[in-house]
Write a protein of this length. Structure first.
Length: 369
């Protein structure tokens, strides 16, 4: 059990700290008072006060964190703008988040998610620079009989160069692109006899396990791959190329995740694969057993997910605040406190529903349902 819990706690501490520090950094930059910087929720385990009066603390429930600004009524950065001016002196008003210009508030809020994207970029950049990236071409060694690939017309020795518009630069990317596809048919471009050929393949959905032994529903087309001329091409990249591929990976994961969520909302995606903290803890522990490098990889992907989720326009999340600022920009004034409270109740309902659904999936994955 500790093999799962400890890596999960370390991962959460890092990605949540980076997220909240993004908020904190820009808040301090624009002169906003910060009363609390918390990793986790609930009762405080330990903490300390810095010279500016900010309470830095770690709490018992490691499922997130928050930065509380001076004048906020709660950890969701809510403040009663109609009463706040009369409550504080001119000196204190200068430290109030709610009275800062709109662009500064938007930057402070957006800085958290984008700090998560930056962390992922730094991790991928470091891996590609110091460890390397695989560029082994994806050659088909075998096409299984009566498989979707055979039906579509793929053959042995075909070289896969594109899947659903994504360039295949490595044999390692083929299964990832197939699994992340959400359409009924997957577009393949291959090289055969020095010609580019295009195929549409309808994958089979097969119950199986991933590389860690977890039960998943796989999209399979029935091929086995090998290295081109049996040569592995693993290259350490220079800074500019490493940065380019790091940004590309963050963009691909973000775009694919949004596409997957969209497919679930339309009813075509597999919602059973949507997991919560329990599944994340399980996978993190499993990956950590393979070493520090795989652990860094999973940290990057979780960081992207945290940043992306927080940009959703749901009240209580950063994206919800940005949505309010959009209304404020259009209307010329903030939404009333009453309207915001209504949105926050809706947001709480949506988040609790999502938490219940993902927890159910997690427990089902553990065989408890």
């Amino acid at each position: 059990m500790l093999n799962f819990i400890l890596p999960f706690i370390v991962l959460i501490l890092v990605v949540v700290f980076i997220h909240e520090y993004g908020h904190y950094y820009f808040a301090k930059r624009y002169g906003v008072g910060v009363t609390d910087f918390s990793i986790g929720f609930g009762k405080e385990i330990f903490g300390w006060n810095d010279k500016s009066g900010t309470r830095w603390k770690v709490c018992w429930i490691p499922l997130g964190g928050y930065v509380k600004f001076f004048g906020d009524r709660n950890v969701f950065s809510q403040a009663d703008q109609e009463k706040i001016i009369n409550k504080y002196s001119k000196e204190d008003q200068a430290k109030l988040f709610v009275l800062k210009p709109l662009y500064q508030r938007a930057l402070i809020v957006a800085a958290g998610p984008f700090a998560n994207f930056l962390l992922a970029i730094i991790i991928f950049f470091s891996i590609y620079t110091f460890v390397g990236k695989d560029f082994t071409p994806a050659v088909i060694n075998e096409v299984k009989k009566d498989s979707p690939a055979m039906t579509a017309g793929l053959e042995k020795n075909d070289i896969i160069i594109s899947i659903d518009g994504n360039k295949v630069k490595s044999i390692m990317e083929v299964s990832k692109f197939i699994m992340m596809s959400t359409d009924e048919f997957i577009d393949f471009i291959i090289i055969r006899d020095n010609q580019n050929l295009t195929f549409k393949i309808k994958p089979n959905l097969v119950a199986g396990t991933d590389n860690l032994g977890n039960k998943i529903n796989k999209r399979m087309i029935g091929i086995k791959l090998g290295a081109y001329n049996n040569e592995i091409n693993h290259v350490k990249l220079g800074p500019s190329k490493a940065f380019f591929y790091a940004i590309g990976e963050v963009y691909y994961v973000s775009a694919s995740s949004l596409k997957y969520i969209g497919s679930m909302l339309k009813g075509s995606g597999d919602s059973s694969q949507l997991g919560g903290p329990i599944r994340i803890a399980k996978i993190t522990g499993q990956v950590a057993e393979y070493g520090f490098l795989p652990f860094l990889n999973i940290m990057a992907y979780i960081s992207i997910s945290l940043g992306l989720i927080n940009l959703f326009p749901i009240p209580l999340l950063d994206g919800g605040h940005l949505m309010f600022y959009g209304f404020e920009k259009i209307l010329g004034h903030p939404l009333s406190q009453k309207v915001q409270e209504g949105f926050f109740r809706i947001g709480m309902f949506l988040l609790l529903s999502l938490m219940f659904f993902t927890t159910f999936n997690d427990l089902k994955d553990l065989g408890l349902f």
